[in-house]
Design a protein around this ligand. Structure first.
Ligand SMILES: [Zn+2]
Length: 91
């Protein structure tokens, strides 16, 4: 788990896509092709953090987010196992 955090990267957050028209009349967004931003959103200690993710960072951040989810799923499975052990009084 620690190795995963150091080498592969873990990041708790949700990648969100925001679309927006900038308002310039001659821009492509005026014809409906809106600007797209990728943001990372998460709440830490009750505070919502948002971070703009540039295109070149998208694969890396996406990987970190996926790995966090995989690690969390793994923890859930281990926890379920120990839940059973506690229930059956197994060491
Ligand atoms: Zn525009």
């Amino acid at each position: 788990m620690a190795q995963l955090g150091h080498q592969a990267g873990l990041l708790r957050g949700t990648l969100a896509v925001w679309e927006r028209a900038c308002g310039k009349p001659k821009c492509r967004c005026a014809e409906g092709r809106k600007h797209v931003w990728l943001y990372l959103v998460a709440s830490y200690d009750g505070v919502v953090r948002q971070l703009y993710v540039p295109k070149e960072w998208e694969p890396r951040v996406r990987q970190w987010v996926e790995q966090y989810q995989a690690a969390r799923n793994l923890l859930e499975q281990i926890s379920a196992l120990y839940w059973d052990k506690a229930e059956k009084r197994q060491e």
